[in-house]
Design a protein around this ligand. Structure first.
Ligand code: SF4
Length: 693
């Protein structure tokens, strides 16, 4: 492999920062600045800088493992692949194709996500496929499709943020989750714009804000309705825009008018003067944005909450105008691309709907199969995991660690343990992989070429920089070999560019149209925004900004969606009087399967903690660092107390990156949003107890 610097992208979050990788003579890989990529202009967080540590054979899997006598032992590739093919075949023969489940990940490249969806539907014939991105962005996607007819996380590049007059950031701690992006918000303020942060915690991001609102967890919907009420009451509706570019205003207006500011203050805990100040700051400038992240989205009313924020943008004439509008800050590395190519339970490639006959016919033709043979929509991620061991007997899992990251995680761990057969493809022996019957070690970012689509809808080329260790194969090779063993000899290429060429054809004419994007263009143009329906760069340069002329609805108008406040699924009571909210820390990523294996990151963030207000700590008699137990209806987690004035007195916070007694997701509530099927990670009732030593 080459010894010169290879320009590529970080393996972790949806910013997909550009970086150069250079193999060093001692076998390690050096990361260096890559200033040509506009998203990070060379800046990297600690996770990106230390990412090559996960390439080391010290922490990764280097041989297939098969379970023998209760223990995972090294095995050859043929034996391991044969065992998986036998396990899946047996399940299919005994219980039917839908007894085989497939679970993917938002970190898989577009090529892998596409192939996994095709593998499930063509080779296994199962409808039971979904992925962990359901837990990330599904509410924002559902809200965006309802309003605009299309979901692309950000409908504008990040570079538009500094040119806006005001940004309301709802439930995002981007200073910790994607630190290089903070630059855009700093520049916004340097340019005279205003940053408003909405978060029940005084996070590092909130510390940067001109105004910080601290609502009770789970009340973002009421907050947005209260702001819209004030917009109407103060005569700030952009009547001409509403008339020309939207539909459904009267119903949304009526719903908002039922949410008086004083009522909203009682629900959210945000004082009326702060609501009025927010409206003033948002409505005064010519341009303004609302950006949401997991805070408002990971709720059992996440879709309605997103709709409420979009309604605010529409009523004030923001969406589809320069430096303005609504956007979602997608979290996982390929969280955007992961939902566009068919690994989602209800989607086909090109972000087409699986129950649309025309979409089925188009994709079936590309795949060379009978459209009637394609299964229909399957269960959503949590429902799929919850059915393991009952309706679903065997599972093939790639790029996910649900034993740590799923809600009600102890229950999901039990469901996984009850499977007849589990196969996992991963780079490390994650907590979920450790439960498998067969584990396959696969190549990762720096060892393979592939594309991802970042949170802006910018499709990117991740280039191979080093040769993978002996004994490792790519996920594409795994699916090729399994398809062959399961009787489908053609249609599963192992070359990523060949897969991408097929993906382009499958996506052509769909909402996420990649048909004009090629590997050559991605290399030459440093990424291309979808939709891009033609290869001719003069005719179509990609679409950095959506909706400027029309929305993606049949009549080109955006839709207001009337929504009303409702309580979280589990309100505090006498037995569980406190609210738990969960989130992330800067030195760990998602379930921590990779970052917990990096010494520098582990030193910076060695374990979980319970963040709580001094008043609550005093009631418990807990001092800083004392172990405290957080107990919900689903279980108990113990971690050291971290006492801070930067959290509401009625709320505790735990990061979710760890397994064991401090696993935050032991506690979280799997109550689902009726539209997006997003679980309620962000708010559940708990009690907090001092732990006697
Ligand atoms: Fe990687 Fe995200 Fe950090 Fe950038 S911000 S270096 S993409 S983890």
């Amino acid at each position: 492999m080459q010894n010169s610097a290879t320009p590529t992208h970080c393996p972790y979050c949806a910013l997909q920062c550009g970086m150069n990788l250079t193999p060093a003579p001692d076998g390690t890989v050096e990361v260096s600045e890559r200033a040509d990529f506009p998203v990070n202009r060379g800046a990297l967080c600690g996770k990106g800088r230390t990412a090559p540590a996960v390439l080391s054979s010290r922490v990764r899997l280097t041989s297939p493992l098969v379970r023998s006598g209760g223990t995972l032992v090294p095995a050859g590739w043929d034996e391991a692949l044969d065992r998986i093919a036998e396990g899946l075949s047996r399940t299919r023969a005994e219980h039917g194709p839908d007894a085989c489940g497939v679970f993917g990940g938002g970190g898989l490249t577009n090529e892998k996500a596409y192939t996994l969806g095709k593998f499930a539907r063509v080779v296994l014939g199962t409808s039971q496929i979904d992925y962990n991105g359901r837990f990330c962005m599904s509410s924002a996607a559902a809200g965006g499709i309802k309003a605009f007819g299309l979901d692309r996380g950000l409908p504008f590049p990040l570079e538009d943020i500094p040119k806006s007059g005001c940004v309301i950031l709802v439930g995002s701690n981007l200073a910790e989750t994607m630190p290089p992006s903070l630059r855009f918000f700093t520049e916004l303020r340097e340019n005279g714009g205003t940053l408003i942060v909405i978060d029940p915690r005084r996070t590092k991001t909130a510390e940067q804000a001109d105004l910080h609102l601290m609502p009770r967890p789970g009340t973002d919907l009421a907050l947005a309705l209260g702001l819209l009420h004030l917009v109407v009451a103060e005569g700030l509706v952009d009547e001409e825009y509403v008339r020309e570019r939207t539909a459904g205003w009267e119903d949304a207006r009526a719903a908002a008018m039922a949410h008086w500011p004083e009522y909203v203050e009682r629900i959210t805990g945000v004082p009326v003067p702060q609501l009025r100040e927010t409206v003033r700051l948002f409505c005064e400038p010519e341009s303004a944005m609302v950006l949401t992240a997991r805070g408002p989205e990971q709720q059992s009313k996440g879709t309605d909450t997103v709709s409420a924020w979009i309604n605010l943008c529409l009523a004030t004439g923001r969406a589809g105008r320069p430096f303005s509008g609504y956007g979602c800050l997608t979290g996982q590395g390929n969280g955007q691309g992961g939902r566009e190519h068919g690994q989602k339970a209800d989607q086909l490639p090109g972000y087409r709907k699986l129950d649309d006959p025309a979409a089925r016919a188009h994709v079936a033709e590309v795949w060379g199969v009978d459209p009637d043979a394609l299964p229909g929509p399957g269960r959503s991620a949590y429902e799929l995991l919850d059915a393991l061991g009952t309706d679903i007997k065997s599972l093939l899992l790639m790029g996910s660690n649900p034993v740590v990251s799923a809600p009600h995680a102890a229950h999901i761990e039990e469901r996984i343990r009850s499977l007849d057969f589990l196969a996992v493809c991963d780079v490390v022996l994650s907590e979920t992989a450790a439960l498998a019957d067969v584990v396959l070690p696969v190549t990762q970012w720096a060892e393979e070429t592939g594309t991802t689509t970042n949170l802006e809808g910018r499709v990117l080329l991740r280039r191979q920089a080093i040769t993978p260790p002996d004994g490792i194969r790519s996920d594409l090779e795994v699916m090729h070999e399994l398809a062959d063993r399961l009787g489908v000899e053609k249609g599963f290429p192992t070359d990523p560019e060949e897969v991408f060429e097929e993906l382009r054809r499958a996506s052509a004419g769909g909402p996420a149209d990649y048909s004009g994007i090629t590997y050559r263009r991605l290399a030459e143009e440093n990424g291309v925004f979808w939709p891009c329906p033609t290869e001719d760069t003069v005719v179509h340069a990609g679409t950095p900004r959506l909706f400027l002329d029309r929305f993606a609805t049949p009549d080109g108008r955006a839709r207001f969606v009337p929504v009303s406040h409702r309580a979280i699924a589990e309100e505090p009571d006498e037995e569980y009087p406190v609210l738990l909210t969960t989130g992330r820390v800067v030195a760990q990523y998602q379930s921590g399967a990779q970052t917990r294996r990096v010494d520098e990151l582990n030193a910076a963030a060695p374990g979980p903690f319970v963040e709580l207000h001094p008043r609550l700590a005093e009631r418990l008699g807990a001092a800083e660092g004392d172990p405290v137990a957080v107990v919900s209806r689903r279980g108990r987690a113990v971690a050291p107390a971290r006492i801070t004035l930067g959290i509401r007195p009625d709320t505790v916070f735990m990061p979710f990156h760890w397994y064991g007694e401090g696993r935050a997701n032991t506690l979280t509530n799997p109550a689902l949003d009726p539209t997006s099927r997003m679980p309620e990670f962000k708010a559940c009732a708990v009690r907090v107890e001092a732990v006697k030593s």
